[in-house]
Design a protein around this ligand. Sequence first.
Ligand code: PGA
Length: 256
Amino acid sequence: MISRKKFIAGNWKMNKTSADGVALVRDIVTAVGKQSEVEVVVCPPFTALESAGHALEGSNVKLGAQNMHFEASGAFTGEISAPMLRAIFATHVILGHSERRTIFGETDELVNRKVLAALKNQLRPIFCVGETLAEREAGATLKVVQTQVERGLEGVNKDGAASVVVAYEPVWAIGTGKVATTEQAQEVHAFIRGLLTNLFTEPVAQKMRILYGGSMKPANAPELLAQKDIDGGLIGGASLEARSFVELVTAAAAVK
Ligand code: PGA
């Protein structure tokens, strides 16, 4: 079995000024900036990206954005592009987060255009999928996730797929304190790995990281991260303080 490097990403959402972000990054860098067992990414809001990027220079912590437009430039008021992110040394971008899908109306087709644009610009997408509570209760979880994965990754080739990190985030678990059980999470992760195998072949799918997201905290992380197909976490609330975020990185490093 291929061993995949664990991956912990902090999604700060609409939190932290530039100065607060720098302070947080400094604490994270001091604690885990030199380790290389776990891939660590912080995703500040746009206004804190560049300063956070400077604060993590020389460390192993990487920089990600939370969204971007699929065009490189042009008349798109309020948007920012992949080349702009590359110019400030971002390496990752969260795409298709459920908040973007539900609050801002992003469709699978739009998310797909963004995924393709990110890959074209050598940005690694952290591509999010997940069902709502109503969909889970209707027994539609796997169908919903399948549609999101297949449509969101349409046109991605094998080389591109190797750069994609998938995040499974059940919408009902995000920011609610309701974490999926390890069985619920592992079931969907294994299902996603199967979909990736169909799309990109077994060797590629075995290399791709699939993160869990939704109320992941130091207390529940070890059990989730010990599951065969759970390769890390996309962390919201617990990424806003260095202590809990660092504990999550440590928990990921401890999984063998
Ligand atoms: P949460 O958010 O950890 O606060 O539930 C996760 C996410 O939305 O990525």
